[in-house]
Design a protein around this ligand. Structure first.
Ligand SMILES: NC(=O)NCCC[C@H](N)C(=O)O
Length: 303
């Protein structure tokens, strides 16, 4: 397979979509690794496998309707494999393995059957001390946008997944691109104050638009840099509740078509007003684990 990803919105040709089958059910509180899952475990509202399988199958159907090649990870018994985005990422024709949270590191084996079709020259592994997850990485033409956490208390946050060492390494690996990093707000306990990955508080859509949550960014100038990249009138601002609901985590099939959650009335109306066709699914159960549509997809080829 010849990989090709240079941005978030060009016509999608091939993608990995996670699976919710045999996801291991409700974890113990100590095993959960994001604050929204913790909240749902405490409140007795943790999502059921059957509901999540149905939600993901609806996404697969839409992708197939648009003639997108869809790979599903092989099922590892009793293991959460919903959020394929984070296990690796494609930049140009390279597949970069994530150095993911140790609780999630088995997930990558399940797409071996895809990775082994790639030339060895096109597979990249970062040194072990570089932590990085695909939800933090967005190829954007000549830029690679990367979410990170620069605080000295990095190791206290199970929600901090990409470190500055990985940002530096990425710049060395892609010297012809500019790696621009964003210091994100982290909370292990409050999902409304936790930008778990860059795609939880920002995402480009269409040919000139973006969705953004200001408070997800710790540095105002970095938030401003993104707003200026698009222009103030072209960005859709979301608040803490919208971030919690995961409004910035929709998924583009092309510049003209997105998959969004039917629950996002304000966002979907805005997208439609910009000439973007919105295919809707119900992803409220998946959302309970602090991820949504972008998080559950790993694009391999866009035009
Ligand atoms: N890109 C993403 O934001 N992925 C969501 C991952 C959610 C999962 N519960 C985690 O904490 O790793």
């Amino acid at each position: 397979m010849k990989l090709h990803i240079t941005n978030e919105t060009s016509r999608l040709k091939s993608v990995v979509l996670g699976v919710a089958n045999s996801n291991g059910g409700e974890p113990d509180l100590e095993e959960a690794y994001d604050p929204k899952s913790i909240k749902h475990i405490k409140e007795g509202t943790y999502p059921k496998e059957k509901d999540m399988v149905e939600e993901m199958d609806a996404v697969a159907s839409i992708l197939k309707k648009y003639n997108v090649e869809v790979f599903r990870p092989q099922i590892i018994k009793d293991y959460n494999q919903i959020f394929s985005r984070d296990i690796g990422f494609v930049i140009d024709d390279k597949f970069v393995f994530a150095n993911i949270l140790p609780d999630r590191e088995k997930e990558i084996k399940a797409i071996d059957f895809v990775i082994k079709t790639l030339d060895d020259d096109n597979k990249i592994r970062l040194p072990e001390h570089c932590h990085i997850e695909g939800g933090d990485v967005m190829p954007h033409g000549d830029y690679i946008l990367v979410g990170t956490y620069r605080g000295e208390d990095y190791s206290d946050f199970i929600t901090a997944r990409t470190n500055v060492e990985a940002v530096d390494e990425l710049q060395k690996l892609f010297p012809h691109k500019t790696v621009k990093s964003f210091n994100l707000r982290k909370s292990n306990t409050d999902p409304k104050a936790n930008a778990l990955h860059l795609d939880c508080c920002f995402q480009p859509v269409g040919d000139k638009f973006a969705i953004i949550h200001k408070n997800g960014f710790l540095e105002e100038e970095e938030y401003n840099w993104l707003v200026d990249l698009y222009g103030k009138d072209q960005v859709f601002e979301i608040d803490a509740q919208d971030m919690y609901d995961m409004n910035s985590n929709i998924f583009s099939i092309s510049e003209k078509v997105v998959i969004s959650d039917a629950y996002f009335k304000r966002l979907n109306a805005w997208l439609t007003s910009k000439g973007i066709l919105v295919e809707t699914v119900d992803y409220r159960e998946i959302a309970k684990q602090e991820g949504l549509l972008r998080c559950s997809t790993l694009p391999l080829i866009r035009e």
